[in-house]
Design a protein around this ligand. Structure first.
Ligand code: GDP
Ligand code: MG
Length: 177
């Protein structure tokens, strides 16, 4: 490649939102460090993790932000959203109340981010099939009506975790490149 191309680099901020205990922190730790914590404390959490990907020979850095637990107090600040190019909006398939909250999270997201932000609806804990409370179809249909990508994931057994993050990063990259 030419010398101009070699300097090209992308940095995308991506936020993870959703009710407390849906698995946001574990989705991030599974993706960024391949770690899962059965007893993770909401108060322990880094601000963000950076993952490097490569598209078309270009380095793309995804800076993925975690809430560090402030969603318990419905106090996710505008600073958290500022500059975000994408978002994972997460519910827990075994807890309907977390699915019912999605519209509120989407409202907040749309208030604070650009309309072109890439958004993925994520139904996490799909390993808990035996106590499922939200069907796959309900998730799909909400995503469709809101124009979001959709995926069911499990931070516990790793199902679709990498895929969910990388679809969002890819979409942002395609939008800006
Ligand atoms: P957050 O408050 O949204 O950041 O949620 P956490 O990542 O702290 O997870 C809350 C609880 O759910 C913890 O006990 C996790 O171990 C558990 N958890 C997270 N993801 C999954 C998952 O995919 N499957 C199951 N079974 N439990 C999960
Ligand atoms: Mg957390």
């Amino acid at each position: 490649s030419s010398s101009e191309d070699e300097g090209e680099e992308y940095l995308f901020k991506i936020v993870i939102i959703g009710d407390s205990a849906v698995g946001k922190s574990n989705l991030l730790s599974r993706y960024a460090r391949n770690e899962f914590n059965m007893h993770s404390k909401a108060t322990i959490g880094v601000e963000f993790q950076t993952q490097s990907l490569e598209f078309d020979g270009k380095e793309v850095k995804a800076q993925i932000w975690d809430t560090a637990g402030q969603e318990r107090f419905r106090a996710v600040t505008s600073a958290y959203y500022r500059g975000a190019f994408g978002a994972l909006v997460v519910y827990d398939i075994s807890r309907r109340s977390t699915f019912d909250s999605i519209s509120r999270w989407l409202d907040e997201l749309k208030t604070h981010t650009d309309t072109t932000a890439a958004m993925m609806l994520v139904g996490n804990k799909c390993d808990l099939e035996s106590i499922r409370d939200v069907s796959l179809e309900e998730g799909k249909s909400l995503a469709e009506s809101e124009g979001l990508f959709f995926m069911e994931t499990s931070a516990l057994d790793s199902t679709n975790v990498k895929k969910a993050f990388e679809i969002v990063v890819r979409e942002i990259y395609d939008n800006v490149s």
